[in-house]
Write a protein that binds this ligand. Structure first.
Ligand code: PMP
Length: 399
């Protein structure tokens, strides 16, 4: 018997994805100016990124990056536990801890790495990990890597979470939820989950990738907005790549747990520290995110006007008050056709299909940013109407 060829398997899978129109293709962005993206020589207005506060190109963020790079170079030159941990990294951790009002914080190279780190470092084989069904892929993969017992409860259902935890009172358990769900845009019932975690003696971990900077006073995120502190949520993870416009993540919370992660989490220990210039840029972004309330206010009013107009025209939106505004489609074909038609009309909006979302959950994941003008939102709604007409015609009424 001959050994299966991995190359052949990959080729077959590509052909199959092509036949099902499931190829994931990368766009090449030539230039970016706020929410205008030059793609193939055409400037499009983007409603698809995660630069919610418009900080990624802010002059003081870019200036901090340049100044620090001029001082300390392009890279950290080592991992945190060897020689890569600089005073700027240290300052960033202290700033995030101060912002989130928690005792300690640890700086990771990405949200993905941070989630792998937390679960792999804390959970053992027989432990129980109970997660919302719509949690981010990195949390699901992290549980699999940790080798623990993974249970997933129906989205947002804290009673189901409680039942799943109740079964095994003798095993150590972690309860995990996104703060803001990346594909639905809704906010987790964190107060209920905190209560469940307390009753079931589970450790509550919140991934607030999409809440930080955007929600709550000073943009402290969904944990603080729910009135919870590090006693109730001993660990939370915030990414620095979305509202904060850079890259990386911080896990923040209980000092003992953070200390343990710093010594044992493999995705922390065995990787190069992010460039100190990136830490400096993020410090500048946090300063803006904390002080410039107008960014959140303006975003809030863009969100309301988009929702009002889209619902007025009969589009199906999910129940979300955050910058993530999913517009549901009846089929994968409709989502793809709508995204294509919008692009022709000058708008960059991405269709999200299963398996990224559940079966029959195809949607346009529309995201708003402080940098959008009210006229951009009006223009998008007009383009959605034209795209819907065209799609209905093309798909023969099936849309
Ligand atoms: N958690 C959530 C909820 C996310 O949406 C993402 C990224 N889209 C991540 C974690 C991973 O973060 P990063 O991009 O920094 O790896």
């Amino acid at each position: 018997m001959s050994r299966p060829s991995l190359r052949q398997r990959v080729d077959d899978a590509r052909v199959l994805r092509g036949a099902r129109q499931r190829r994931r293709q990368r766009l090449v962005v030539e230039r970016r100016d706020g929410m205008r993206f030059d793609i193939g020589g055409r400037w499009l207005t983007a409603f698809c990124g995660n630069d919610y506060l418009g900080l990624s190109q802010h002059f003081s963020v870019v200036g901090a990056l340049q100044d620090e790079a001029a001082r300390s170079g392009a890279g950290a030159g080592g991992s945190h536990l060897i020689s890569g941990h600089t005073a700027t990294h240290e300052r960033l951790e202290r700033e995030v801890a101060d912002w989130l009002q928690v005792p300690a914080a640890l700086y990771f190279s990405s949200g993905w790495a941070a989630n792998l780190a937390v679960l792999q470092s804390l959970l053992e084989k027989d432990d129980l990990c109970v997660q919302d069904r719509l949690n981010h892929a990195s949390l699901i993969d992290a549980a699999r890597l940790a080798g623990c017992r993974l249970r997933r409860y129906p989205h947002g259902n804290s009673e189901a979470a409680q039942r799943q935890l109740r079964g095994d009172p003798e095993v150590a358990a972690m309860l995990i939820s996104d703060g803001v769900f990346s594909m639905d845009g809704d906010i987790a019932p964190l107060r209920d989950l905190a209560m469940v975690a307390r009753l079931q003696q589970a450790l509550l971990y919140v991934d607030d990738a999409h809440g930080i900077g955007v929600i709550g006073e000073e943009g402290r995120g969904s944990v603080a907005a729910a009135g919870l502190d590090h006693q109730q949520v001993p660990l939370q993870m915030v990414t620095l790549s979305k509202a904060l416009g850079g890259v990386g993540a911080v896990v923040a919370g209980d000092a003992g747990l953070i200390g343990h992660l710093a010594e044992t989490a493999r995705p922390y220990v065995y990787t190069t520290a992010l460039p100190p210039a990136m830490a400096a840029a993020t410090l500048a972004a946090i300063k803006l995110a904390r002080r410039e309330h107008w960014r959140r206010e303006r975003l809030g009013s863009l969100i309301s006007s988009f929702r009002d107009a889209a619902r007025h025209h009969g589009f199906r939106l999910l129940d979300s008050d955050t910058p993530i505004q999913p517009l549901l489609c009846d089929s994968d074909a409709e989502a793809l056709a709508m995204a294509g038609a919008l692009r022709e009309l000058g708008y960059l909006v991405v269709a999200i299909l299963p398996p990224t979302v559940p079966q029959n959950g195809a949607r346009l994941r529309i995201t708003l940013s402080t940098l959008h003008a009210p006229e951009d939102v009006d223009g998008l709604v007009r383009a959605l109407l034209r795209a819907r007409d065209e799609t209905t015609r093309r798909l023969g009424g099936a849309a």
